[in-house]
Design a protein around this ligand. Structure first.
Ligand code: FAD
Ligand code: NAP
Length: 345
């Protein structure tokens, strides 16, 4: 059923009080097709919404919002090394992670507590602590708005990149992701050298590694560092970590000997040569004096300045304008142009 002039405030973690001209929820292919066959849905712009945790609404949405509530997890098959598990797109991502922890399916433990839904996970190839969805992805099924057909995408066809996939580029706004099948290890491969995981495991007094205690370590770190969207509006990291070439890196290192940096791990030779270096955007933003910045209802999180926050009734335009100011100041100081990670509507 289509509803009209619905407030989207409860449906986006920034808490932006904008409205959708039309709004409908679906939890099966039949429900989705029924909505899409209505005249207004055929004519209007469509926005598929999961948990609204990677979106900034800067104005009312003049089309139809399709809120995905198609949940469920199914065991598909297993082989010598892997379990194959399918989750429907409206399933809450962290619930899926907890399901994997309970069943000893390894691979997603570093991705614990990321807000949002399964359907959005391949959209931007979600990542944390050195693991990305592409590392556990097997295939997905998506419904094409125009052709009204269901297509299966392999990992290669998704064209995953750093916080990127084909669904954000060539196929933007063309598909509804319906389900994702993940390939989860029987024998875990632990990744604990990233960020503060090792330190947190020590603090937890962990002697024997397991996917469950890595997951718990990640949950502890994230809960201490990131603002809870239920209390303070935000959409996680607002910007991507930039990569720069070796020449620019060497110049910056002369001026800022302590600049944090990571060699880019991209396996594609054309991206490896010339060498690229990842610079944490949070450091660049902090150096420009934005950490803890607050003006009325907007600001930069005091613990993680990469996260822009809505302290009250800020508008999306205010947050967007702040992001523009940050981009300019980082560009002026370091000559690096930050790119937004959050989807702007
Ligand atoms: P939404 O915000 O609802 O949608 C995001 C985009 O995907 C939109 O363009 C939407 O149209 C599209 N989309 C959603 N579902 C579908 C579908 N089924 N079919 C087609 N298109 C769809 N991200 C990380 O990568 N790593 C992190 O560690 C991380 N930490 C975060 C921490 C916090 C506190 C917050 C608030 C966010 C964080 N994020 C992180 C960002 C966010 O959680 C992820 O991008 C998440 O995958 C978004 O899921 P969602 O369901 O909320 O997507
Ligand atoms: P952090 O541990 O303080 O590290 C800062 C940055 O340095 C991270 O962004 C990370 O890049 C990079 N980094 C750290 N250790 C690295 C290593 N060993 N090798 C290569 N790069 C390394 O970061 P944080 O802010 O607390 O976040 C922790 C993880 O959660 C990060 O992976 C981050 O991406 C993820 N996260 C994402 C969001 C989001 O909304 N997208 C929000 C919160 C946290 P990468 O970002 O490339 O991993």
């Amino acid at each position: 059923m289509i509803h009209y002039n619905i407030s989207l405030k409860p449906y986006n973690t920034f808490g932006m009080d904008v409205s959708a001209k039309e709004f409908a929820t679906f939890s099966s292919i039949d429900e989705l097709e029924e909505i899409l066959n209505q005249q207004s849905a055929i004519e209007n712009r469509k926005l598929v919404l999961g948990g609204g945790s990677n979106i900034l609404f800067t104005k009312n949405f003049d089309g139809i919002v399709l809120k995905n509530e198609w949940k469920g997890i199914e065991f598909v098959k297993e082989d010598e090394n892997y379990y194959y598990v399918k989750a429907f797109a409206g399933q809450v991502w962290h619930e899926f992670v907890l399901y994997c922890m309970k069943h000893n399916y390894a691979g997603v433990e570093n991705l614990s507590l990321i807000p949002g839904t399964v359907g959005a996970s391949p959209m931007q190839n979600i990542g944390a602590y050195g693991i990305e969805i592409k590392d556990v992805f097997y295939e997905l099924e998506a419904y094409h708005f125009q052709d009204k057909t269901i297509k299966t995408f392999s990992q290669q066809e998704c064209e995953f990149g750093y916080r990127e996939s084909i669904f954000k580029k060539k196929y933007k706004d063309q598909f509804v992701i319906m389900s994702v099948t993940y390939q989860l290890r029987k024998k875990p491969v632990y990744h604990v050298s990233y960020g503060a995981i090792e330190k947190e495991l020590e603090k937890m007094n962990v002697k024997d590694l397991s996917i469950q205690n890595i997951s718990q370590a990640v949950i502890n770190i994230r809960s201490g560092k990131l603002p809870d969207p239920a209390k303070v509006g935000n959409a996680g990291s607002f910007f991507k970590n930039p990569t720069i070439n070796e020449e620019q890196f060497n110049q910056l290192k002369n001026s800022y000997p302590n600049i944090p940096n990571y060699p880019n791990r991209n396996p594609k030779p054309e991206i490896r040569n010339p060498k690229l270096w990842k610079i944490p955007a949070a450091w660049l933003i902090e150096q420009c004096g934005w950490k803890g910045y607050r003006k009325n209802n907007i600001g930069c999180n005091p613990l993680q300045p990469l996260v822009l926050v809505n302290y009250g009734n800020a508008t999306g335009k205010e947050i967007f304008d702040l992001s523009e100011e940050i981009i300019q100041s980082v560009k002026n100081k370091f000559g690096i142009e930050l790119e937004r990670e959050v989807n702007i509507f």
